[in-house]
Ligand binder design. Structure first.
Ligand code: GDP
Length: 534
């Protein structure tokens, strides 16, 4: 296979949903259909132990929520599909936003009874900002749910883009009969509760109207009516509009029954985009110049969008997840971390085949490669095989919650510092070091992040800490056009200055008016609520 066709056959997407909409179940069924996992270990069994294929960390099992995002690769119809899971809990939204920067499309799972829920709404916003193409899967049609027209209407409103139904349900709940595939013009007949594979399902062509009416009676007739209404009201399918994030194809099904899932896999292959170009900056005569990196560029380039520490409790290692933007990875390749200009010296390099991690033989743009290291790599780092460039766009949000860290046993200062440095680099929490000294500050976007960090400091670094509230309610990263202006500002508010894990200067606020007042006093200072790694 040529280099170009290797990149063209890749699909990298994130699966997003509100908790309990059925993301974990659908993920497993996608893996099942692609043959990446065997039937053994049903979702129920996994749920009982609160442990799913995509959950790795001890803490996830304890809490039964997906804290960490994970990566799974599968092969389907000769395409390499990289699926990135996202934590459903809102307190880990930052992690999710970063995952969304690493994909070319998103699969949105909606509970047909609940419609578009709060957490999905926030994720949609991020996708929309980036014009990420979205495929919609309406799940749980085997339950008593809302009318498909009603759901379509809501998705359309929430997404702010037209929906184009690709499949249409016949009945629902106890009288769920199946789905009509509008592309193949055939109805797939629903059978519940079985661990079925794709070719096990019976299909009847829609042209065979007599058979369909005879077997499914009024359910079929009313499905045809509502389908005609829906397609009449929707625009025709426009692939370019979908790729531009301006139209979403909608599929109906039941994840837990393996039903309607293959249609989604086919859509990923047929509709979802292959790896897209990614924006970077490069220095030309010491000036930053924007450069689009194309997937077919031969030089290796990738960005660290996630760092996860101590996945194997026996080794104090960290995995840096790199989304490849271009080139080809082969074992033993010499790579450089652009921020430090140091060689990346991984102890192992892996891909993520469902539950297993495997040594990488080769990888291309779109693939996620995990580099295990003992440090030296941070969230947002650009890795190349030599070229001088830095990818942009990995977001860090100004925290809105702050806590002071108090060590219970002062003899464990070193462990605490190591733990905070690593958890900060991982992006599990933001760590601020006040310029005037004193205890470290933790900044979070969601309350649960504090609990996770406290738990991990103890479990992984043997540093038992107490977290205490403090007066801060926000932070802004600050920059100025000249060093003198910055110095003047820092001198005016010495007690409010802190450095984050990337040594970027931030101003800590105690009220919403704070920034406004400081801005009035120092009009030339720039206050940033979002730091993009650059
Ligand atoms: P997640 O939180 O989005 O990952 O959701 P899960 O995949 O864990 O599913 C939440 C619950 O919904 C579980 O009890 C699943 O068994 C159930 N579920 C998932 N898909 C379906 C479906 O198609 N029909 C029904 N009736 N239940 C489902």
């Amino acid at each position: 296979m040529t280099f170009e066709s290797e990149t063209r056959r890749r699909r990298t997407f994130a699966i997003i949903s509100h908790p309990d909409a059925g993301k974990t179940t659908l993920t497993e069924k996608l893996l099942l259909f692609s043959g990446a996992i065997q039937i053994a270990g049903s979702v129920k069994a996994r749920k009982a132990s609160r442990h799913a294929t995509s959950d790795w960390m001890e803490i996830e099992k304890q809490r039964g929520i997906s804290v960490a995002s994970s990566v799974m690769q599968m092969l389907y119809r000769d395409h390499v599909i990289n699926l990135l899971d996202t934590p459903g809990h809102k307190d880990f939204s930052e992690d999710t936003y970063r995952v969304l920067t690493a994909v070319d499309s998103a699969l949105m799972v909606i509970d047909a009874a609940n419609g578009v829920e709060a957490q999905t709404r926030r994720l949609i916003e991020v996708c929309r900002q980036r014009d990420t193409p979205i495929i919609t899967f309406v799940n749980k049609m085997d339950r008593e749910v809302r009318e498909p027209l009603d759901i379509l209407d809501e998705v359309e409103r929430e997404l702010g883009m037209p929906c184009v139904p690709m499949t249409w349900p016949v009945g629902q709940g106890k009288s769920f009969r199946g789905i009509m595939n509008l592309r193949t013009q055939a109805m797939t007949v629903f059978e519940s509760g079985k661990e079925r594979l794709s070719d096990d399902f019976e299909t009847i062509p829609l042209s065979d109207r007599d058979t369909l009416t005879k077997r499914f009676g009024a359910d079929f007739e009313s499905a045809m009516d509502s389908m005609e209404l829906a397609t009449g009201a929707s625009p025709t399918w426009d692939h370019a509009a979908f790729l531009a994030g301006k139209q979403t194809p909608v599929f109906f099904g039941s994840g837990v029954n393996n039903f309607g899932v293959m249609e989604v896999l086919d859509a990923l292959v047929d509709l979802a985009p292959p790896p897209q170009s990614r924006t970077s900056t490069t220095l030309v005569n010491r000036q930053p110049v924007v450069k689009e990196i194309q997937p077919a560029d031969k030089d290796f380039a990738g960005v660290v969008f996630k760092v996860q520490a101590n996945m194997d409790a026996n080794h104090r290692d960290r995995i840096a997840f790199v989304r490849m933007a271009s080139g080809k990875y082969t074992p033993g390749m010499k790579l450089k971390v652009q921020r430090t200009a140091k060689e990346l010296r991984p102890t192992s390099v892996v891909t993520f085949m469902s539950q297993r991690r495997e040594a990488v033989e080769e990888a291309y743009a779109g693939d996620i490669v995990g580099f295990t290291t003992h440090g030296g790599v941070q969230l947002g780092d650009t890795i190349t095989d030599g070229a001088n460039l830095q990818f942009t766009g990995l977001p860090f949000f100004a925290p809105e919650l702050f806590m002071t860290v108090i060590l219970k046993n002062p003899l464990r200062t070193k462990q605490l510092q190591q733990g905070l440095a690593q958890l900060g680099e991982e992006g599990a929490i933001q760590v601020f070091r006040p310029e005037v000294g004193g205890p470290m500050l933790l900044g979070a976007v969601g309350q649960l992040q504090f609990e996770v960090v406290q738990h991990r400091l103890k479990a992984e670094y043997d540093a038992d800490v107490r977290l205490e509230g403090c007066q801060y309610t926000g932070a802004r990263w600050i920059t100025a056009d000249t060093p003198a202006e910055l110095r003047e500002f820092v001198n005016a508010y010495p007690a409010r200055m802190a450095l984050d894990a990337a040594n970027t200067l931030a101003y800590l606020c105690t009220s919403p008016y704070d920034v406004r007042l400081a801005q009035e006093r120092f009009p030339k200072i720039h206050f940033h609520p979002l730091r993009e790694h650059a």
